[in-house]
Design a protein around this ligand. Structure first.
Ligand code: DX5
Ligand code: ZN
Length: 222
């Protein structure tokens, strides 16, 4: 379970991160938007670097920017542990993925709900992770789009355990189970965590629902 910092209280960023650490999250998801690739602006390098200074949690940076190739080196230097960028963005995706790997961070490609899996198929050898979007990127609190489940299943069948699969958008107590069953292992949640008073409880509930469905799936496989 990875909380998306998009919906946290930025006036109390350090306190929010401490609450998330206490709640038992395994990593933080940072949504970087440039107001061009998506119609929203969030934050960039200084915030990623500031978060790096105050926590040891792995930082999973999701770049929703038009020219990821021009910025990835700086995000690596700012302390990212994993970087996802979009296949719909500009640039040579294969070159960007290889550059990320050569810098020792997890290299990940993200795709939007309308983008077919075929668009990233030739890149999978260069990926450590795929970020399957279950909403159009830009805003939190949107409804989960089921098209993500079919993509997750096909990726899991094709790649086995070789690829990490992450799902982002509309993940909550009602949808996380099907995501786990479809093969996702990293779940990004914004409103399902920050909409609750007790982060610990929502993180535990979501993690248990995900684990329960994964266990059910593994049993079916046997
Ligand atoms: C969407 C972002 C997500 C999103 C998560 O553009 O990538 O990380 O804000 O928020 P919820 O869980 O509310 O959909
Ligand atoms: Zn995201």
């Amino acid at each position: 379970m990875l909380p998306s910092l998009l919906l946290c209280d930025f006036g109390n960023l350090e306190a929010e991160i401490r609450r998330l650490e206490t709640a038992g999250v395994k990593a933080l998801h940072l949504d970087v938007m440039d107001g061009h690739f998506v119609r929203n602006l969030t934050y960039g390098l200084p915030i990623v670097a500031a978060v790096r200074r105050i926590t040891r949690l792995p930082l999973d940076v999701h770049l929703m920017i038009s020219q990821p190739g021009a910025y990835i080196d700086e995000f690596v230097d700012a302390g990212a542990d994993a970087i996802s960028f979009h296949i719909e963005a500009e640039g040579d995706a294969s070159e960007i993925l290889r550059r990320l790997r050569s810098k020792g961070v997890l290299a990940s490609i993200a795709l939007n709900p309308p983008t077919p899996l075929e668009a990233i198929w030739p890149l999978l050898d260069d990926c450590d992770m795929v970020l399957v979007m279950s909403v159009m990127p830009g805003f939190g609190r949107q409804a989960f789009q089921e098209v993500a489940l079919d993509k997750l299943r096909r990726l899991r069948d094709f790649a086995g355990d070789r690829l990490l699969l992450e799902v982002d958008g509309g993940v909550n107590a009602s949808t996380i189970g099907s995501c786990a069953e479809a093969g996702a292992e990293l779940f990004v949640a914004g409103s399902a965590v920050f909409g609750q008073k007790d982060y610990g409880q929502s993180v535990t509930t979501l993690s248990e629902l995900a684990l329960g469905n994964k266990a059910g799936k593994d049993q079916k496989r046997r």
